[in-house]
Design a protein around this ligand. Structure first.
Ligand SMILES: [Zn+2]
Length: 264
């Protein structure tokens, strides 16, 4: 009974984190089913080997058949944290992949060393399967992108202040709209929950508003873009006019630490 509960808990956790990890774990149990200490280690090694082989070689090919593409690592487009790729959280539709390539090349026309840095995207398979905690990242058409930062000497960099890419906020100033206060006062306790999910942060970086604004304008200008989420105070502070920039609602989390892009 304890065994079964343990296996079920591992299966669910791996499925939530990586989508395919749970199924690969089941395969390892079927291949090595004995519950003795020495077999347990063998099973862990087998699982890790199968998982890595699948993640690196098999899933990218199979996902293509189902219309999802692993985001290529290019000089102009990169993940922020390697766990995004290791957990298979870097898949998008073919259309969104083309949009990301377009935007990253346009960004480099003005800022040659600046990469389009992405955070959580989607899993490789099944429309409707959410990439938690982002409920809407479930069809290959959504992705989170990082703001652009500079070091304390004002040099624009591809580094980010948060290890996860989330949770280091650009707070509203005194006279700006404080959406977080408003949402939390309505009982939406989760609205700034990402502050607990930085996994470590660096304070030698500050936002570079010019390049971040340019990136958001490029996103809004792209004909395939349907919605861009950032917090209302940043839209106002940066004088952004596009009606594609929306407020995501209080039931989501705050968007003054990253940009959410959604295409048609
Ligand atoms: Zn998002």
């Amino acid at each position: 009974m304890i065994q079964k509960t343990f296996h079920a808990a591992v299966f669910v956790s791996l499925t939530i984190l990586t989508q395919v990890g749970g199924v690969i774990y089941l395969c390892s149990i079927l291949l090595i089913s004995k519950w003795k200490r020495k077999y347990r280690w063998k099973r862990i090694v087998l699982f890790l080997s199968l998982y890595l082989l699948a993640t690196l070689f098999l899933i990218p090919r199979v996902a293509l058949i189902f219309g999802r593409q692993k985001i290529e690592q290019l000089s102009h487009i990169q993940y922020h944290n390697v766990l995004t790729a290791l957990c298979n959280r870097n898949y998008v539709s073919k259309e969104l992949h083309r949009v990301l390539i377009d935007i990253s090349l346009q960004l480099q026309e003005h800022s040659p060393n600046i990469q389009l840095v992405y955070l959580d995207a989607n899993f490789p398979f099944i429309d409707g399967f959410p990439l938690l905690p982002h409920l809407s990242h479930n069809d290959g058409k959504k992705i989170d992108l990082s703001f652009v930062y500079q070091d304390l000497d004002g040099n624009v960099t591809n580094d980010k202040p948060s290890n996860s890419g989330y949770g280091v906020f650009e707070y509203p100033q005194l006279r700006e709209k404080n959406q977080t206060e408003q949402c939390k006062s309505q009982g939406n306790w989760q609205y700034d929950f990402t502050k607990y999910l930085t996994f470590g942060s660096a304070d030698q970086l500050e936002l570079n508003p010019e390049t971040t604004k340019r990136l958001i304008k490029l996103l809004c200008k792209h004909p395939k873009t349907q919605k861009v989420f950032i917090e209302p105070h940043l839209k106002e502070r940066w004088g952004l006019q596009s009606d594609k920039i929306r407020f995501q609602g209080c039931s989501a989390v705050r968007h003054d630490d990253h940009i959410h892009l959604q295409i048609n």
